[in-house]
Ligand binder design. Sequence first.
Ligand code: NAD
Ligand code: MG
Length: 372
Amino acid sequence: MVSEIERLRVELGARGYDILVGPGLLATAGKHIAPVLRHERVFIITDETVARLHLEALERALREAGIAYEALVLPAGEQAKSFEHLERLTDKLLAFRIERRDALIALGGGVIGDLAGFAAAITLRGVDFVQIPTTLLAQVDSSVGGKTGINSAHGKNLIGAFHQPRLVLADTEVLDTLPRRELLAGYAEVVKYGCIDDAEFFSWLETRGLDAIEGDPAARRHAIVTSCRRKAAVVARDETESSGARALLNLGHTFGHALEAECKYGGELLHGEAVAIGMVMAADLSVELGLCPSEDAARIRNHLAAVGLPTGFEHMPGRVWSPARLLDHMSRDKKVQDGRVTFVLLRGIGQAFVSHEVDPAAVEALLTNAIA
Ligand code: NAD
Ligand code: MG
């Protein structure tokens, strides 16, 4: 069994940590977590859906390792990333007399990871936490890199802190209970890593990506490990998003966020679906600007479509889109600098770069064309 687990390191000096990827990690979690604990007591934060499916396995594993625990179960869904739920959570932790050397465990998707991570960052001015991501999106993206936080009435993820976990356990088997639509949404972020700086990985995904989605153990592990390695490398270069390297991870997100904002972050369009459409638009924009071969843009579109992800506005036939409104959403993005919208563009698959120089007229023309 041990050989099926891959271990990689996020190199951040004293804040560095391991990511373990493979099958059966939930059932053996106690053994992996024990070495990073300062005290044999943890607080598990999870949501109702994940609790029903996977909490018992984690609790058993902790008991086997002699680790005491309390479990706090929140409602499932984005609304948990609010001041209201944060306050309830921190109140409960304090009522349980949490100590500085105790730790939190985030068992769930990105919502639980972001909320529990933020609670860990601010409770008693900071306690340790461990990520056990249970969605593909959380395994390849949100559990790695230390961004934690909640939403504000002014927008998503505007209140938060950088707080790195002590360990990430990505159990590839917990994804078996994830609805396919959620799995595919996470897969869009996997494709993103290939597009950014790993053309070889993109080619691998063209042949093995569907196997990873379908649950082939080796393919799934490779897709997750490679994604985590790409993200870990970027985070190691730019932990707090200050040098600009981390901005590359936003490929497809400038367009994607505008689409999500227009859909009011409802269930109509999942984040990963918006990113899939956004990556196609970023590639098309790069072609229009004479930067990227059209064959590369076509490969991206074809691969996303082949696995069942949306690639354009026809995905939501009932909705009326307005280029002006989408441009307005982009101009409000939190990555806007001195009024200039940040785009991640491509010179080809695996050759992404950040640009603040894109002419808004080119973006408007692209949107008008895509919506028609
Ligand atoms: P999520 O946490 O809401 O999970 C999606 C749904 O799947 C939920 O209903 C959940 O209950 C359910 N679920 C989770 N695991 C399951 C499993 N194994 N089986 C069955 N159902 C399961 O959403 P998400 O897509 O994982 O994360 C989205 C959040 O992540 C957003 O709030 C976003 O802002 C955040 N995010 C953060 C970062 C970061 O760097 N911190 C990066 C990307 C996204
Ligand atoms: Mg994303």
